[in-house]
Design a binder for this molecule. Structure first.
Ligand code: DGY
Length: 321
């Protein structure tokens, strides 16, 4: 649909191919920038728009939803949508959509990048070489942990959890998983085995988190759960920061309760728990899960497809409920 009377609010600048389509089809409420809008600018922008694309860093609160009466569809540029007050959206009839599927591979790949970097001390190695202090090969230098043949524990068996599990085959890693939602076990490989959360944490050499952030997964991993893990185990989180109690994680790493962690997400992004920055056994990434050029363009296209459907009176393919 090309209807320049329809206004679109973009909270952030999106990749070029997406911006070209947006500029062609809509009147933009304002020219977006590559920084998060202030809460007042976000609300003002949403109030002027028929449709909007927002990101995971934009809190969309009940009051904003209430006053943005013109807005018909809010497309979240992410698979997760914990930044949006869904109950308020439902109450006011605002359609909210997300971008599943198109970022599954990118996020699963990054999970493995973190897993391997953490276990094999890749970042410490890179830092040593760049520092000019590397004195050459040594039998005892930067010894890491084996990954191949170890047990992979996956918390959350949605699209990304499953994609991470399928990648374990080449590493001959048995997969154990925990999920709260009922899953038709026939949809999973027969050799993957279900465990209670406590059993999974006690058994796996690597735990990787792939649940959405909700009130019931907030601090799902805290001091008690970390204590259930093996002292040689690693924790990987590419889902959402507040699923892990960061303070408890910092303590567990400092005191050797677990061996290391690979984090792509944080409790108060972009702020970092001060202790984590000081620990070599942690690999820290700036929320790069879906950050491939391909995935980020596809995410934009999915947002536009959903907006197009709603503005033309059709159901949104990715409406979240
Ligand atoms: C998501 O889609 O939820 C990701 O975190 C975005 O990178």
């Amino acid at each position: 649909m090309t209807d320049l009377r329809l206004t679109l609010y973009l909270s952030r600048l999106l990749p070029d191919p997406v911006m070209a389509i947006v500029r062609d089809r809509f009147q933009l409420v304002h020219d977006p920038h590559d920084v998060s809008p202030a809460p007042s600018a976000l609300r003002e922008g949403l109030c002027q728009a028929d449709a909007a694309i927002v990101t995971l860093g934009d809190p969309i609160e009940a009051e904003t939803i209430r006053v943005a009466t013109r807005l018909k569809v809010l497309a979240n540029y992410a698979a997760g949508y914990n930044n949006i007050d869904l109950a308020a959206a439902r109450q006011r009839g605002l359609i909210v959509t997300n971008t599943p599927d198109v970022l599954t591979d990118a996020t699963a790949d990054l999970t493995w990048a973190l897993l391997l970097s953490t276990a094999r001390r890749v970042v410490e190695g890179d830092t040593l070489v760049r520092s000019g202090r590397w004195t050459g090969w040594s039998p005892t230098q930067l010894l890491g942990a084996d990954v191949s043949g170890k047990t992979l524990g996956i918390i959350g068996m949605g699209r990304i959890g499953q994609a991470v599990g399928h990648r374990a085959v080449g590493f001959r890693m048995p997969v154990r998983y925990h999920t709260r939602l009922f899953m038709a076990t026939s949809s999973l490989p027969r050799e993957w085995e279900y465990r209670s959360l406590q059993a999974l944490l006690g058994e796996a050499d690597v735990i990787t988190i792939h649940v959405p952030l909700t009130t019931s997964t907030h601090h799902l991993i805290g001091a008690r759960e970390l204590a259930w893990m093996r002292p040689t185990a690693f924790l990987i989180n590419t889902a959402r920061g507040p699923i892990v109690d960061e303070g408890a994680l910092a303590d567990a790493l400092k005191t050797g309760i677990i061996a290391g962690a690979g984090l792509d997400v944080y409790e108060q992004e972009p702020a970092l728990h001060p202790t984590l920055a000081q620990l070599n056994q942690v690999v820290l990434l700036p929320h790069l899960g879906s950050a491939t050029a391909h995935a980020r363009v596809q995410m934009g296209l999915v947002c536009l497809e959903n907006i197009h459907a709603v503005l033309n009176g059709r159901p949104a393919p990715n409406q979240v409920h």
